[in-house]
Design a protein around this ligand. Structure first.
Ligand SMILES: O=c1ccn([C@@H]2O[C@H](COP(=O)(O)O)[C@@H](O)[C@H]2O)c(=O)[nH]1
Length: 235
């Protein structure tokens, strides 16, 4: 990966999403389609944006029994997206099943598959009190990342806080895709583990995912370029 800045296209429908994209002109982007937009618009919008030349991250966070995940991944592979997600808490067999499903459904290149370790909206306190996980957040994320590596996935979704530890304890070339990105004057909203684009870069993130800081900005294109500049250390 070459320091991608992935835009989280969390819009209610295709019309609002495409209205947002008009300010980017013909620029080719890396777009993340999540549950909100996919459940409304389905594969057609993904195909439309692929044809328009954008890279696509389909973030549906599959989490089910291995057989079901394998079959779902087989369907998603035919969409020829670049990246997709599963939840690491589904276990190694489920992640292996996702990889097998992608391989069997792809015409040529299968999409990269990465596993969500702990959502960036989760705090250490919440993990212990609500989720009843006794390990520290950092150790849990490293453990899940190690499972994802064993399952043959290409990387994980984590916060940039954990990225250096994953590089150190799992593998330096295991991809860390990090949401929870905010400029220093932005609200964290529902995110708990946030960093600035510059901090994500310093901590070794391979790609950042940014939604509301761009999509809700007064001038999304200007904000996108400001975040890109900080993320890529361009002065
Ligand atoms: O741990 C995770 C996994 C996925 N996400 C997704 O990233 C974006 C972040 O949006 P912001 O508006 O920049 O907070 C969103 O689509 C999430 O579904 C995440 O935030 N954390």
């Amino acid at each position: 990966m070459n320091k991608p800045l992935i835009i989280a296209m969390d819009f209610k429908d295709k019309q609002s999403a495409n209205a947002f994209l008009t300010s980017f002109g013909n620029e080719k982007l890396f777009l993340k389609v999540g549950m909100e937009l996919f459940y409304r618009e389905g594969p057609a919008l993904v195909e439309e944006w692929k044809v328009a030349g954008h890279q696509l991250f389909l973030d549906l966070k599959l989490h089910d029994i291995p057989n079901t995940v394998k079959a779902a991944a087989r369907q998603l592979a035919s969409l020829q997206v670049d990246l997709m997600t599963v939840h690491a808490s589904g276990g190694i067999k489920m992640m292996e099943a996702a990889r097998e499903g992608l391989a069997s459904g792809a015409n040529n290149n299968s999409p990269d598959c990465i596993a969500v370790t702990q959502l960036t909206s989760t705090s250490e306190q919440m993990m212990k009190n609500e989720l009843a996980i006794d390990k520290s957040l950092q150790d849990t994320v490293i453990h899940y990342a190690d499972n994802a590596k064993q399952a043959g996935l290409q990387g994980v979704v984590c916060s940039a806080h954990e990225a250096p530890y994953i590089k150190q304890h799992v593998s330096s070339d295991f991809a860390c895709v990090t949401p929870g990105i905010r400029l220093s004057n932005n609200s964290a909203d529902d995110q708990k583990r946030v960093v600035t684009p510059g901090e994500a870069s310093e901590r070794g993130s391979d790609a950042i995912v940014v939604g509301r800081s761009i999509t809700r900005a007064d001038n999304p294109y200007q904000q996108y370029n400001e975040i890109k500049k900080q993320w890529r250390n361009e002065t």
